[in-house]
Design a protein around this ligand. Structure first.
Ligand SMILES: Cc1ncc(C[n+]2csc(CCOP(=O)(O)OP(=O)(O)O)c2C)c(N)n1
Length: 346
């Protein structure tokens, strides 16, 4: 089976209406703005370790805007753009990246769960949430996302097989950014496209240019519709690149060349969309400046909210883990309370 990469922008095609294209651009610009601010905050010691998504905005925003209001997202750590585009307030996201408990509690109405850090664990959970919806008579679709490296985990295979067998209403997005930290994709799989694996599970597999938001959005919409109609899951692979380090603790110059990075910078999804909008007279310097001013104001307001969140109580470290503490947990907690170092207790 030959897999074709779905793309529009590279061919000069503009398959969307004006309003839809502009809302995709605004959401992507807002996400990039957050990413840049978050990196600065981290360097100032005002955020914990942070996983930037710069370069992957089209993949995440394209999926977010293809969903309906009742649909769920089950993200992993690199999906801040997906969460923002689904309505997670900026101050909650800042608090999440500060490991503040108020950042773990997503507000009512934001249909997203906390990002999963253990690779691929979000996949079976997303399938479970989709099936729970069906048992409860809800009509929600679940979208989940994973990196290329994550697809080598057992959870990915188990989750996709289970979803196909039970026809679970899930859209699986693979953001193939070419690397699992420093390991290039070619060193961990022999397939040309990850979406090719879909055939082995018995679901449609689609490859899109992940830096082309039109392609991601339109194919995600088809996948959401299919899921909602009861036709089961889809595996959507977005070919993309992270323009920033893996996390704020990583140095990508150790494993990528400047030439490679520069080549992808030329395909920056934000720039590509902006150029397409400008070519149609839909966007210009004035609109960009006005949007940036709006974003600056919003961010300042949201950062103040995050900074004003009350300090967490020490007990919050152990609350929400078990309903009742086990003996080890109780010992750890007692030690903490007495201000002892934990090593003295073990
Ligand atoms: C189960 C598990 N093993 C290892 C790790 C450490 N780890 C964090 S990110 C990462 C690489 C993930 O790469 P990929 O799935 O391609 O996603 P990307 O970070 O590129 O978005 C690894 C191995 C982890 N978080 N969880």
């Amino acid at each position: 089976m030959k897999l074709k990469v779905v793309e529009y922008l590279s061919k000069g095609e503009f398959p969307l209406g004006e309003a839809e294209a502009l809302s995709l651009y605004r959401a992507m610009r807002r996400a990039r703005f957050f990413d840049e601010k978050a990196l600065t905050l981290q360097r100032q010691g005002r955020l914990g370790v942070y996983a930037p998504f710069m370069g992957q905005e089209a993949a995440q925003v394209g999926l977010a805007l293809a969903l309906g209001p009742g649909d769920w997202v089950v993200p992993s750590y690199r999906e801040s753009a997906l969460l923002l585009a689904r309505g997670l307030p900026i101050h909650t996201l800042i608090l999440y990246w500060r490991a503040h408990p108020a950042g773990w509690r997503f507000p009512e109405g934001v249909r997203a769960v906390n990002p999963y850090i253990p690779i691929a664990t979000q996949i079976p959970q997303a399938v479970g949430l989709a099936l729970a919806g069906r048992y409860r008579g809800e009509n929600w679709v679940v979208a989940t996302s994973i990196g290329d490296g994550g697809t080598s985990e057992g959870d990915f295979h188990e989750g996709l097989n289970f979803a196909a067998v039970f026809g679970a209403p899930v859209v699986f997005l693979v953001q193939n950014n070419g690397y699992a930290i420093s390991v290039p994709r070619s060193k961990q799989m022999r397939v040309d496209y990850i979406a090719r694996r879909a055939e082995g599970y018995g679901m449609p597999g689609v490859v899109v240019d992940g830096n082309d938001v039109f392609a991601v959005y339109l194919e995600a919409k088809k996948a959401v519709e299919r899921a909602r109609k009861g036709e089961g899951p889809t595996l959507l692979e977005a070919l993309t690149y992270r323009l920033a380090p893996h996390t704020t603790s990583d140095d990508p110059t150790r494993y990528r060349t400047r030439e490679e990075e520069e080549a992808w910078r030329q395909k920056d999804p934000l720039l590509r969309l902006r150029q397409a909008l400008e070519a149609r007279g839909l966007w210009g310097e004035g609109e960009e400046a006005a949007l940036l001013a709006e974003l600056e104001e919003e961010f300042a307001r949201e950062l103040a909210l995050a900074d004003g969140a009350p300090e967490p109580r020490p007990e919050e470290i152990v609350e929400h883990v078990y309903r009742e503490m086990g003996p080890d947990q109780r010992r750890a907690w007692e030690a903490l309370r007495r201000g002892l170092h934990l090593e003295e207790v073990w």
